[in-house]
Ligand binder design. Structure first.
Ligand SMILES: Cc1cc2nc3c(=O)[nH]c(=O)nc-3n(C[C@H](O)[C@H](O)[C@H](O)COP(=O)(O)OP(=O)(O)OC[C@H]3O[C@@H](n4cnc5c(N)ncnc54)[C@H](O)[C@@H]3O)c2cc1C
Length: 506
């Protein structure tokens, strides 16, 4: 890639890399081209199925507005007035080739995106650019290691996390976290012809023009601060207050001590290399020696490795999108019918009678976030207590999570459902009452997200069966007086359900 010919004009097509700093595709374009334009397309194929109050559309739009301001400022600093982000609304397979032609570029640069639908989109764009003699250059940006960069000795993809993480740490070298600098090369930024900008004062479609409404309002509903500034604020807060103790506090939802950088990693308002530099700077000794659990930074690093792990699983095993990684589990007889639908609705709305599960789903509905421990508890509950197909829970998270990421969501749902690679064993079934007692012992998280139950004593808050008749009478209308399923009986049904399809010895 570094042996690219000199290019007079290039277009960088942004997708899930909405930032200026430490940007691999932008770095490559700026260092090889005399004039660089940037474009983003609000992709109607992606937007069409989303809820009309989707929080992420607002986040993207606000992040782009900030990036646009950064580009204009960097351009001005080099005497180039009118540097702007070109924004389009429609299908990239039409807009990107058309823009390449209108700008007269010789090359389009983009970051890799290994989601199956993105691969299909990019193949069409590449082919259409090729027909116009426009080169297509893509580069790794979103991950530390991707695709086939880490393989087992036998040359096969890793399907177990621990050896993958060991290989990841062993292979990590300074080049993997080096900044792909853009500031020193900003002189190559070019102002697009004004007629190519989105019409209107902001150069950007309004939410209404995109077909969306502002996200629901409310005290708990604030969107994460967008753009690079938002990512930096979250990062600095996490470094200052939580990273050192992350290993000890990350499983306690009420402490809210995780980084909240998921949404920024998803949309690329921060570079994963920048996060890696921060984690490594706080690790004693070589990165290779930084084994799991030992410290906050090492534990956090291992979470970033999980992210790479699931991304390479998706790249190698695309059949796991939409079906079980272990196909034998596609034969599981999930609950169907009116009662299953009612249970699914109760789960989504936080009315299962297991207050920790309900508080988690309320957190998701209000804030677009759910704590990792609770994602595990909520997923396990849906699949192994309610017997509902994991794909229905996966789809709900995909719709609701600000930080929704196809490979991480799919990988983790399949982990919880025991259908994935390196998954939770099928016979391990979280007990929602014990999880509640262990991870929210004084009911702090439950009381916050289910204030209508806040008056109950902690013991009963974890287990509604312990309510006295007097306390039971104080439950609010609409909240179940007892759990919608009994865990012990559900557990037996789940063992039978999985046992029926399991291969001998699996
Ligand atoms: C059922 C289920 C669904 C999930 N869906 C998603 C999803 O759609 N998108 C997503 O980014 N994460 C998902 N996760 C993983 C994890 O819950 C979130 O990444 C994390 O809670 C985000 O909060 P944070 O940014 O504060 O994370 P931190 O704890 O600060 O971790 C830092 C980063 O590491 C990565 N990471 C952490 N844990 C995991 C993990 N288990 N798998 C992959 N990457 C991880 C994320 O990018 C995260 O932002 C899911 C987990 C479960 C159990």
């Amino acid at each position: 890639m570094s042996r690219l010919p000199a290019i007079s004009r290039a277009l960088v097509w942004l997708r899930r890399d909405l930032r200026w700093h430490d940007h691999a595709a932008l770095h490559l374009a700026l260092t090889h081209s005399q004039a660089v334009y940037l474009a983003f397309v609000f992709d109607t194929d992606i937007l069409a199925p989303l809820p009309r109050r989707d929080r992420r559309v607002s986040f993207i739009r606000d992040s782009l507005a900030r990036l646009d301001a950064t580009l204009a400022e960097r351009g001005r600093a080099h005497g180039h007035a009118g540097v702007r982000l070109i924004v389009r609304h429609g299908r990239p397979r039409e807009h990107i080739p058309a823009l390449a032609e209108a700008l007269g570029v010789q090359a389009v640069f983009a970051s890799h995106d290994d989601e199956p639908s993105a691969q299909a989109r990019d193949a069409t764009v590449r082919q259409r650019l090729g027909a116009r003699q426009v080169a297509w250059h893509t580069v790794k940006d979103h991950l530390v290691f991707e695709r086939a960069e880490l393989l087992t000795r036998a040359g096969t993809p890793y399907t177990v996390y621990t050896p993958y993480a060991r290989a990841w740490r062993a292979q990590l070298a300074p080049e993997d976290w080096a900044e792909r600098a853009t500031d020193p090369h900003a002189a190559a930024l070019a102002a697009p012809p004004p007629e190519l900008l989105y019409p209107g004062p902001t150069g950007m479609p309004t939410l209404a023009e995109l077909g969306f409404q502002p996200p629901a309002d409310g005290p708990q509903a604030a969107l994460p601060e967008p753009g690079e500034a938002g990512a930096q604020a979250a990062l600095q807060d996490f470094l200052r207050r939580h990273l050192e103790r992350y290993h000890a506090t990350r499983d306690t939802p009420c402490l809210d001590s995780t980084s909240r950088l998921g949404v920024h990693l998803r949309f690329g308002t921060v570079s994963v290399r920048a996060l890696l530099r921060q984690a490594l700077a706080r690790l004693p000794g070589a990165a290779a020696a930084a084994d799991q659990a030992a410290s906050g930074p090492a534990t956090w690093l291992s979470e970033l490795i999980w992210r790479d792990f699931f991304a390479q699983v998706m790249a190698h095993f695309p059949h796991a999108i939409g079906g079980a990684f272990r196909p034998e589990y596609d034969a599981i007889a999930w609950e169907q019918g009116a009662q299953a639908e009612a249970h699914l609705a109760a789960w989504r709305e936080g009315r299962t009678g297991y207050p920790l599960v309900d508080a988690a789903l309320r957190q998701l509905a209000s804030s677009g976030f759910m704590h990792n421990r609770l994602r595990m508890v909520a997923a396990s509950f849906l699949v192994k207590d309610l017997g509902i197909d994991w794909r229905r829970g996966e789809a709900h998270f995909a719709e609701q999570l600000d930080d929704f990421d196809l490979s991480a969501n799919n990988g983790n749902w399949q982990w919880a459902a025991s259908t994935g690679c390196d998954a939770q064993p099928w016979f391990r079934i979280f007990n929602p009452v014990l999880q509640s007692r262990k991870f929210d012992p004084d009911g702090c998280f439950i009381r916050h997200w289910l204030p209508e139950l806040a008056h109950l004593p902690s013991a009963a808050l974890h287990d509604l069966r312990l309510l006295s008749p007097l306390e039971r009478a104080t439950l609010p209308a609409g909240y179940p007086a007892e759990p919608i399923v009994a865990h012990d009986a559900a557990r037996e049904r789940t063992l039978a359900r999985y046992g029926a399809v399991r291969r001998p010895g699996a």
